[in-house]
Write a protein that binds this ligand. Structure first.
Ligand SMILES: Nc1ncnc2c1ncn2[C@@H]1O[C@H](COP(=O)(O)OP(=O)(O)O)[C@@H](O)[C@H]1O
Ligand SMILES: [Mg+2]
Length: 349
């Protein structure tokens, strides 16, 4: 009998999206084809300690924890060889290239984007400068650093007032789940919105608000990525904020989105262009706005480790496009193995 491949599901993590990661990892665990794969669940606690647990639902903060970092000598846990790693970690220290760097050093195959594309995808300002260079359609935006704000708030505020009219968005560059984001409806909210964003990151963005509809599209592949049908997000609040994403559960979803074929094709084309522009691999979810007054499509962002819960758009869109959650996971694992093998064929430096 062929031996099963070990799939090490890395989940939890040090970011604010810890709980979401647990839910995503549970769905990955449940849908993994156990006849072909043996899941090993590697939980990362909120303060960055690691341990193997029976399933993502069993994750707890009880000792003993260990660390897989080489300079931590206590409680080392051996992990089986010939495993594929599956980071199901959202946000900083998971989706941003740091874990991917560790897996590169360990020379093991892993699912999803590599170091460079993970880091770019996590940093909205960096991703936008690449999208802009590739001519992809973006809302007007500017980037500010904390030292600009500390040195002269007046200059920052004047610049914003000159170029933008309300409503607009203020957001931290490196985060997700709508944390630290404000839709500024009146200039009296501006200072508070900037403060909030700087409390999460030393780089923030201001972006004109695109009033209209919101869409997401799943991308899968390495060199020749394919895109799913687009889906629609229908926020129940003024925008798709943290409350809407994870607490109230009142968001509406259109899967697939009810849009003309030409609009769907345009979203799919830009999704693949965005994926390739940051040299992404494995998977990504690409997000869009459709402006009501112009009917123009704007690219919002790329997420290199999208939500993987039972109701998440990434797997749901593939389901709507004819691929089950289980088939999707197998495809992602195959892509990880192929990518690792193709890198191994290059000369070592
Ligand atoms: N420029 C914008 N115009 C309209 N809505 C926006 C804009 N930027 C953000 N939003 C709203 O805020 C949500 C979160 O913003 P986003 O940039 O996607 O950050 P995150 O990485 O936290 O998901 C979006 O899903 C959307 O509802
Ligand atoms: Mg988003």
């Amino acid at each position: 009998m062929k031996t099963k491949k070990n799939i090490i599901i890395l989940f939890g993590g040090r970011s604010a999206e810890h709980e979401v990661s647990i839910n995503s990892a549970s769905a990955v665990y449940d849908h993994l084809n156990k006849r072909k794969f043996k899941p090993i669940c590697l939980y990362i606690s909120k303060n960055g300690m690691w341990k193997v647990v029976d399933s993502p639902k069993c994750a707890d903060e009880k000792e003993p924890f260990s660390s897989f970092l080489p300079w931590n000598t206590k409680n080392h846990t051996e992990l089986p060889e010939s495993s594929v790693y599956f980071p199901v970690l959202h946000g900083p220290y998971g989706e941003d290239g740091t874990i991917q760097g560790l897996l590169e050093l360990a020379d093991v195959p892993y699912v999803g984007a590599a170091v460079l594309s993970s880091a770019i995808g996590m940093d909205k300002a960096m991703a936008k400068s690449i999208f802009k260079a590739k001519g992809l359609p973006l809302a007007r935006y500017d980037v500010f650093y904390e030292n600009n704000w500390v040195q002269d708030r007046k200059i920052v505020i004047e610049k914003i007032k000159k170029k933008y009219s309300t409503p607009f968005f203020i957001k931290p560059s490196n985060l997700g789940s709508s944390i630290g984001i404000t839709k500024v409806q009146s200039l009296s909210q501006l200072s508070e919105a900037i403060h909030l964003a700087f409390s999460y990151d030393n780089k923030i963005l201001i972006e004109e608000a695109i009033e209209g509809r919101e869409f997401e599209c799943s991308v899968l592949g390495n060199e020749n990525p394919v895109s799913s049908l687009p889906g629609e997000i229908i926020p129940s609040r003024t925008f798709y904020d943290y409350q809407d994403k994870y607490i109230e559960g009142k968001t509406g979803f259109g899967i697939p989105a009810d849009i003309p074929e030409s609009t769907a094709k345009e979203i799919q084309r830009i999704s693949i262009a965005a994926f390739k522009s940051i040299e992404c691999s494995g998977m990504a979810r690409v997000d869009f706005f459709l402006q009501k007054k112009s009917q123009k499509i704007y690219l919002n962002e790329i997420n290199t480790i999208p939500g993987f819960t039972e109701i998440s758009m990434y797997p749901k869109l593939w389901e709507a496009s004819g691929m089950t959650f289980t088939q999707l996971l197998e495809k992602l694992i195959t892509l990880a193995v192929q990518k690792h093998a193709s890198k191994k064929r290059k000369k070592e430096i």
